[in-house]
Design a protein around this ligand. Structure first.
Ligand SMILES: [Zn+2]
Length: 166
């Protein structure tokens, strides 16, 4: 935990059972829905540890974190019927390592390209917490897809764990 870190604050809310965007805890991180759902299904995977760069995680944790991120984005793709997934680790605003996972749909931006071409005031216009039935539906859909992906990929996850422990 770090002082003055919005993501550490959000994690604290998860631990206190007070974060409405929380979906699931994995070994290396927390799955949450993004506040804005302009791109429906926009999911964020937060590192449990406050590091500002991926390479600052210990090797075994980094490998497991990458594997889990892949599982989360796969679940996100399935839950929200993505035509394409966009996966980004940025951290220019909030430096605590977190993945932006965007299920993209053909024609969801005026011009084919990254979500960031959408004006900020549009992209962040609809805080989904104001629509609890929708937030609950999205959370249930992602949770169900996570159940399926975690079960289907169990042997691969075990293999990565053994690799990381070597
Ligand atoms: Zn932090």
């Amino acid at each position: 935990m770090a002082d003055n870190c919005l993501i550490c604050d959000r994690i604290k809310l998860i631990q206190e059972n007070k974060n409405p965007y929380f979906v699931r805890e994995l070994n290396t991180g927390y799955v949450v829905l993004a506040d804005s759902q302009y791109f429906e299904g926009y999911t964020i995977f937060l590192s449990k540890h406050h590091v500002t760069e991926l390479h600052q995680l210990a090797s075994a944790e980094k490998l497991a974190f990458l594997e889990e991120m892949s599982l989360v984005q796969e679940a996100c793709a399935k839950a929200f019927h993505a035509d394409k997934m966009n996966i980004e680790l940025l951290g220019n605003g909030d430096a605590h390592v977190h993945w932006h996972l965007f299920p993209r749909h053909n024609g969801d931006t005026a011009q084919a390209g990254p979500v960031w071409w959408t004006p900020k005031e549009i992209m962040y216009s609809d805080d989904v917490v104001k629509d609890m039935p929708r937030l609950n539906r999205l959370r249930a859909e992602l949770n169900a897809a996570l159940d399926g992906v975690l079960a289907a990929r169990d042997s691969e996850v075990q293999a990565v764990r053994e690799l990381a422990l070597d």
